[in-house]
Design a binder for this molecule. Structure first.
Ligand code: ADP
Ligand code: MG
Length: 345
């Protein structure tokens, strides 16, 4: 009787796969007392600090297309999106637990490459993979990561402290990831663009850099930051969350919103509308925050030290929920704070 030969993954099985993940781990945390291999992970907490925890899922065909997302970069992004949440609180990452949904037919090489990226990112940001769960998924590959970190009990950032008159600032540039995704979809019309710009924008989509370093340096300083959020669902929408939690409004200076030169060039060449990308596009993973005007200079100094640009993009106002876009020679335009990415609309 002829039997179908088993795939490398089914030969390996659930526990073989877990061993393989564990054997390639690249970072061990001093806080972790028991990692992979027991029923629970055990870790130490420190006096005078609060624990923070966040969870994010990435689902094939919702958050990524398996064929086009390089597996190493998907592994990195799995951690990056949660690290970005920790950055928004000013937190220090400690450990992660990872749930994996694996189709039976998935190529083992894909998983090895995914974990090469994942473990590399763990080492870069000092995160120990301390546990998880591994299950079969009927068709799509998915991951769900829970990340634990901590903050000094006396100093962490939230969405809720913005005051009228405070300056609105953002790190990096916005819209690159959304434009990278648009280029990937091939729906941007014919005018060709150079490979250099294309790779930059795609990289920004595939491999976002969480702003942990900047955020922790600000947290360690005496600079006043009244509120912070990471921009994952579009500037206007996330600004809406910040304003809502702070009971305030904001005036955005349209021209000051930072765009990369690659972004500007491609928008111009292809004659695209930049608003949906730069103001509403998702997955920038930059930090949006507010500070009293007197502290803006100090923030710029810290940003210079870590080699990250920051921009002043507007002001907090005392009008709850009112978000306006100010542009030269135009009257202020009211923006809907809900415009941006939404899974169910
Ligand atoms: P249990 O049945 O008690 O939940 P499992 O057999 O699912 O335990 O997992 C065995 C060990 O391997 C546990 O310590 C678990 O945390 C860890 N583990 C399972 N899947 C993963 C994964 N994808 N990444 C990291 N650790 C994992
Ligand atoms: Mg289990």
């Amino acid at each position: 009787m002829k039997r179908k030969s088993k795939s490398p993954l089914s030969k390996l099985g659930e526990f073989g796969l877990i061993d393989r993940i564990q054997n390639r781990q690249a970072f061990a945390s001093k806080s972790v007392v028991r990692g992979i291999g027991d029923d629970c992970a055990v870790y130490r907490t420190s006096p005078g600090r609060f624990q923070v925890i966040t969870t994010d899922a990435l689902v094939e065909n919702v958050h990524f297309i398996r064929k086009s997302h390089p597996p190493e970069l998907l592994g990195r992004k799995t951690l990056a999106v949660s690290l970005s949440d920790l950055a928004a609180m000013g937190a220090k990452p400690i450990l992660a637990v990872l749930a994996l949904g694996v189709p039976r037919t998935l190529d083992l090489k894909f998983l090895d490459r995914f974990f090469a990226g994942f473990h590399g990112m763990c080492r870069e940001f000092s995160v120990e993979l301390a546990g998880g769960d591994t299950v079969r998924s009927p068709k799509e590959f998915w991951v769900s990561l829970t990340l634990v970190g901590d903050v000094p009990a006396k100093r962490f950032f939230t969405r809720s402290g913005a005051k009228a008159g405070h300056v609105l600032m953002v790190t990096g540039t916005l819209g690159d990831s959304a434009l990278g995704l648009k280029l990937l979809s091939g729906k941007t019309g014919t005018p060709p663009i150079s490979q250099k710009e294309k790779s930059f924008l795609m990289q920004r989509h595939f491999d976002p850099e969480p702003r942990i370093d900047f955020s922790r340096k600000i947290a360690a300083s005496s600079i006043r930051v009244s509120s912070m959020i990471d921009v994952s669902d579009g500037l206007v929408q996330d600004l809406g969350h910040l304003c809502h939690m702070s009971g305030k409004g904001a005036d955005l200076d349209g021209a000051a919103v930072p765009r990369s030169k690659q972004f500007e060039k491609v928008i111009k060449n292809k004659n695209l509308d930049e608003f949906p990308l730069c103001f509403e596009g998702g997955e920038d993973y930059e930090l949006l925050f507010t500070t009293p005007p007197e502290d803006v200079k100090k923030i710029i100094t810290v940003a210079k030290k870590v080699g990250l640009p920051v921009s002043e993009i507007g002001k907090i106002t005392r009008h709850p929920g009112r978000i306006r876009l100010l542009q030269e020679n135009e009257s202020p335009k009211h923006l809907k704070p809900t415009s941006g990415y939404n899974h169910f609309s």
